[in-house]
Write a protein that binds this ligand. Structure first.
Ligand code: CP
Length: 306
């Protein structure tokens, strides 16, 4: 059964189709309001979420479908020791499609291998978060008109930031992009992403700890939160959490058409004064995420029916 575990599960042509559907939904929402009538989405969230879970739920309701699920592991039988595999088999008896978030890398793949309905990875530990990437891609498409010839800075927690890993993977398939990796030494991009993606695809990259030295080069600045929940000790988190705080002052050297992105939630990384700057795109990402999740649910349910 097809699902979405890693953004590379989809070809660039399939991503283009999703973007086309999302843009059509934006233009003609009424045409989609009954497309999933009689269908059920199960949201299985073993980790906290605001945007991903609620945008999946809003997406399904806007398609005329229904939603079941749980929003914390302790309210499911995983608290009694039930495995992800058994949960996936069980939910396949109740729903038509699953969106699952889990703290363990690879958990979504286990669910997919055991479910008889499509499984969408809504974030698996520090590994990847492909539907955030769908939101990011639609945002880049609407802001920049395409995915090539861009200078993209990723700033903050590049080690644990699964949205960064997924977006780098996605952008690596387009021409002539250049990546700036801005992080403290302790939170550098994992070497497997660097070697398997950037080096393998021959993508030019610059690694630095200094945001201000490169901000003027960038077309997109993708800020990230330091992922407290993935740290082994609180001391390290407290030392690193405010490594980068984007302020209007720091933006003085930035391009006038810079797009400032952030998967959210934000803690301190972007000063709220920037929310009113025309370059801020992070709440546009939130809305774009709902449209792309609508397009994704439609695609996977259509494929499941074939
Ligand atoms: N961007 C994102 O995944 O947000 P949530 O953790 O609120 O779902």
């Amino acid at each position: 059964m097809k699902g979405l575990i890693d953004i590379l599960d989809f070809s660039t042509e399939e991503l283009d189709e999703l973007i086309e559907t999302a843009c059509d939904i934006i233009e003609n929402p009424a045409d989609y309001s009954e497309k999933c009538k009689g269908k059920k989405l199960a949201t299985l969230f073993y980790e906290p979420s605001t945007r991903t879970r609620l945008s999946f739920e809003a997406a399904m309701y806007e398609l005329g479908g229904n939603v079941i699920g749980f929003s914390e592991a302790n309210s499911s039988s995983s608290a009694k020791g039930e495995s992800v595999a058994d949960t996936a088999k069980t939910i396949s008896c109740y729903a038509d499609i699953i969106a699952m978030r889990h703290p363990k890398e690879g958990a979504a793949l286990v669910a997919k291998n055991n479910a008889s309905i499509p499984v969408i990875n809504a974030g698996d530990g520090g590994h990847c978060h492909p539907t955030q990437t769908l939101a990011d891609l639609l945002t880049i498409y609407r802001e920049k008109g395409g995915f090539s010839g861009l200078k993209i800075g990723f700033c903050g927690d590049l080690k644990f930031g699964r949205t960064v890993h997924s977006l780098i993977n996605a952008l690596s398939r387009y021409e002539d992009n250049e990546v700036y990796l801005i992080s403290p030494d302790e939170l550098k991009l994992p070497s497997y992403v660097k070697k398997d993606v950037l080096v393998k695809q021959n993508i030019k990259y610059t690694q630095t700890t200094d945001l201000e030295s490169v901000i003027g080069e960038l077309d997109i600045l993708y800020m990230t939160r330091v992922q407290r929940e993935r740290f082994f000790n609180e001391e390290d988190y407290l030392r690193l959490k405010d490594s980068y705080i984007l302020t209007e002052k720091k933006l003085e050297k930035a391009k006038a058409d810079l797009s400032i992105m952030h998967p959210l939630p934000r803690v301190n990384e972007i000063s709220v004064e920037i929310d009113n700057d025309s370059r801020a795109c992070y709440f546009k990402q939130v809305l774009n995420g709902k449209y792309m999740r609508m397009a994704l649910i439609l695609k996977l349910l259509e494929e499941a029916e074939k």
